[in-house]
Design a protein around this ligand. Sequence first.
Ligand code: SF4
Length: 389
Amino acid sequence: MARVKKEKIALYLHFPFCLKKCPYCNFYSLTLPFSEKDYAKALTQELFLLKSFLKDLIRNYEVVTFYAGGGTPSLFSPSFFENLINFITKHFNFSPIELTIEANPETLFLDKLKAYRKIGLNRISLGVQSLCRRGLKFLERVHTPQKTYQVLKWIIKANFTNFSLDFIFGWKGQGEKTLKREIIKALDYNPPHLSFYELTLESNTPFFELYGLEKPWISETKIIKLYKLIEDTLNSYGYERYEISNYALKGFESLHNLFYWKIKPYLGLGPSAVSRIGFLRWKNPPNLNLYYQLLLEENRLPLEIIETLDRTSLAKEYILMGLRLKEGISLKVLKNKYKTKILPEALKKLIQEKLIKIEGNKVVLTFEGKLKHNQVVAFLWDHLEFLKS
Ligand code: SF4
């Protein structure tokens, strides 16, 4: 009998707790004291209820990534994760290749890292943010560069061969020299993966209140120079910019995040987490009390359906996400899978403006195009033709 192919899905768990709220961050997280026990109860109840919800959406699946994000999941103990992973293994078809935990340096010590590794977590995404004291001060982070160096030694000692160092750049006072020094220092630890996110001023954050929409301390030209410096330096050390903000040595790309960028199915648990399975996208409310109440008192899933995606919105999403990747989007996939065509004059215009390149039947962003990803996407969305099935 022929075996039915299992659909691979990614699993995200949100941990909405932090030691302190950073002034630029708009992720859902609280600084409350929290109870591991309560959160474990709610998460396992959500997993349990999701199991039957999923039955109607996806028949044969296999969870291949586990990603604990936040907030600060590394505030949680190894035994918390051990119990959680055991629960998932028992109730889901769970054969993860990559199990990531996002971590902040101040929450880690050697024994905890060894215990995380022992229970099966095999990737750390470390919130370094900056390796410069001034940077950490401006970003109001609680750790120091020294703590990060110490933690990096421990990560290696605990046998994590896959880890990512996550940076924020474009903070007040950071010039090319400082950024270059930070990158070189980071490379001393041979990280297989690095992320560089430009500091953005998000609404509903103290930085937004203070500065508004524009960063008054840095010009657009300077920001472009910083992007170039990151790309050139990391390329020269063998890293590939496989996504706008992400660099990896070959084989160390984030499998979990590729699910988002490649429009593959993912499940998100915890307050504020988003899921997409097939044509359905849903979101949990960004409200811990409500999350607890719905799951533990009313015994029901907290999710709200955001949308039922039709082919048009999936095509748009493919363009939005796919253009973030080095491999870009395929005109053939767009036509055959999404029954959508980009008008030739639109492509021509973007080529003339040096924002995109055509490689075979793929559209990829140039360096300049990556700087204007949102504008390119909006322009393409306005120049689509939807074909009849
Ligand atoms: S630690 Fe991370 S998630 Fe928490 S407030 Fe700071 S940036 Fe946001």
